[in-house]
Structure formats: C-alpha cells, structure tokens
Write a protein that binds this ligand. Structure first.
Ligand SMILES: Nc1ncnc2c1ncn2[C@@H]1O[C@H](COP(=O)(O)OP(=O)(O)OP(=O)(O)O)[C@@H](O)[C@H]1O
Ligand SMILES: [Mg+2]
Length: 311
C-alpha cells in the first residue's frame, strides 16, 4: 500500500510542478486534481484480510481476534471483525453485545451491510455471527453482485478485516481461510492442539493451495515456550509439506485475560498492562510490518468473490 500510495503522491506532486509552471490560473484545477488523486488513493487502499483459525477448538481464536483487533486499532488502523463461526455465538458473547441482525438479513435484502455492523469498545467494528455466509455459494448472480458491492463500499473505511473462524477443517473454515490473504493458526502446547494445527495446515495447503501460515502460540508459559512450540510444528511441516511458517508471537497464559472474559470484555481494554495485553500489542506491531497485499487480492470485493466462488 505504501508503495502504491507513494507513487500516487509523487504523480500528483509531479502534476503540481508541471501545472504550476504554466500560470497561476491553473491553481484551481490543480487543487481539484490533487483532491481527486487523494480520493482515488483512499478508494484504492488495500485491506488486509486475516483469518484466525485453529485445528482444535477452545485454544483462544476469539480472544485473539478481538484483542489483536483492538491492539491494531490502537496503532491507528481501522479494524473490523467478521464473526465467521457459523455454529456458536462468539464475539457477541465475549463482548456482551446483543446483535439483532446478521449477514443473513443482508442476503435476504432486509437491510444493508452497514445496518448490521456493531461498534465495539476500542474503536473496532463487528459483523455479527454470519450464519448466512455458508449459503453464499448458492446465491444468484444479482445477489452475489449485491453482497460484493456491499463489502466493496466498506473498503473506504477499513484497513484490516479479521475473520474469527470456527475450529477444525469443515468447508466453511476452509473457504474463509482460502479467501483471506493471511492465515493465523492459533495453537497451544498440547499434543492434540499441535496435531490438529498440523492437520489444518496440511488440508489448507493440499486442498486450497495456501502455502504461508502465521503461527500464534497461545496460553504459553513464556516467549521461549512459544518459540519451542513453533519449532515443533515447523519441524513436521518442513519434513512433509511445502509451506512457509512464520512465528507471529506467544500470548502468555494470563489470569487477567480470564478475568476480562468473565467481565465480558477484552483484556487489552480492561487490563492494558497485563502480560497478555502487551503480547497482543507486540503481535499487532508485527502484523503492521507484514507486506501489504497487492491488488487485486487486496480488495474486499475479491475476498467476497473468492468466498462466493468456493465450491
Ligand atoms: N492467553 C490466555 N490465558 C488464559 N486463558 C485463555 C487465554 N486464551 C484463551 N483463554 C481461555 O480459553 C477459553 C477459550 O477461548 P476462546 O473462546 O477465545 O477460544 P476459541 O478458540 O475461540 O474457542 P472456539 O473454538 O469454541 O471458538 C476462554 O474461556 C478463555 O478464558
Ligand atoms: Mg471462538
């Protein structure tokens, strides 16, 4: 995004020099040109789409999604979470929200996407449990176009879309991961979590062609344990799969996070100095340094298109 924006900025600065050298009467068109350039710049900004997934359930995906979103928002990013666990209510319960509408109401034409978006603490926005999204494969062309445009309109006001998926390897999880640009696999240091994380990575690689994964160790004792857990997974994937794994970080096991969950809030909001909140902030800083997606995959319309075209 930086490169693209810089290029645009240079182009409009270039116009400035050339136009300015003709006459002072050209100042008004110049301002219009720059305004147009800026408008195009913001319209075209890519959105990071990050799926947060895991092989085994209950390893912390929803807490990771919400707290990473809030940490990213604190760095100035505009962040939205799509609650994509089609089975269980997740984010609304964690944050004590009570959504009346979800994506199924958008699909049925009862309301617009903007109507269902909830404002959550920390300046983030939530698209509530998307029970209708599993039906996206069966939509008509017109419905497809409608939903794609609805997401496309969000783009102007968004930097990061985080998808909180269900656990496991069912079709909806695979389709959300496949449609995203980044897949964060949350894993704990337990044999079943490690085995299931490997199984998820394997299926996403072999069946969906995904070859880059970001590993986030959750409920780790410390950073060292998190790195060791990452090394364990890397050893197996290096041996059997052609994938690249990247260590996103380690979130410590933290009683403050549990206290926050009981209060139906996020640890980064209520206990910002707690060990887990600090670890989420570090992971967010790392995410901010990931290269920005290049178009066209960096646009929300394309995310939804890939989601819809999944069979
Ligand atoms: N770093 C942590 N320290 C302590 N407890 C944690 C931590 N992360 C998650 N938990 C606890 O683990 C439980 C499950 O977390 P969460 O709901 O985020 O998992 P999940 O992967 O989204 O679950 P599901 O697969 O059911 O969607 C929560 O009750 C939370 O209190
Ligand atoms: Mg969850």
């Amino acid at each position: 995004m930086l490169l693209a924006n810089n290029n645009l900025a240079n182009m409009s600065m270039g116009e400035h020099v050339v136009q300015g050298s003709f006459s002072s009467c050209s100042i008004i068109p110049l301002i219009t040109d720059q305004a147009e350039g800026l408008r195009r710049m913001t319209q075209n900004r890519p959105v990071r789409v990050i799926a947060v997934s895991s092989g085994k359930g209950g390893v912390g995906k929803t807490n990771v999604s919400v707290n990473l979103a809030m940490s990213l928002a604190a760095t100035g990013q505009k962040v939205m979470i799509l609650d994509a666990d089609l089975g269980l209510a997740n984010i609304d319960v964690l944050l004590g929200l009570h959504p009346k509408l979800n994506i199924s109401h958008v699909l049925s034409g009862d309301c617009s996407l903007a109507d269902i978006i909830l404002d959550a603490p920390g300046g983030i926005k939530i698209i509530p449990a998307a029970s209708g999204v599993s039906g996206m494969a069966g939509l008509s062309n017109a419905e497809n176009a409608g939903i794609i445009n609805a997401f496309g309109e969000l783009e102007n006001d968004l930097d990061v879309l985080i998808i909180d998926t269900a656990a496991g390897i069912d079709k909806s999880v695979l389709s959300f991961c496949r449609a995203s640009q980044e897949v964060v696999v949350v894993v704990c240091d337990e044999p079943s979590s490690i085995t299931d994380a490997y199984a998820l990575i394997k299926v996403l690689n072999k069946e969906q062609g995904i070859n880059r994964f970001r590993i986030l160790a959750n409920m780790a004792h410390d950073l060292k344990e998190g790195r060791e857990l990452f090394a364990k997974i890397l050893k197996v994937t290096d041996r059997f799969l052609d994938v690249s794994l990247d260590f996103l970080g380690a979130i410590p096991f933290d009683i403050y996070l549990r206290k926050a969950v009981k209060k139906q809030t996020a640890v980064t909001q209520v206990f910002p100095r707690s060990p887990s909140a600090q670890a989420f902030n570090m992971a967010a800083q790392k995410i901010n340094k990931w290269p920005m997606p290049k178009r066209p995959g960096g646009h929300l319309e394309f995310f939804v298109e890939r989601l819809i075209n999944y069979n």
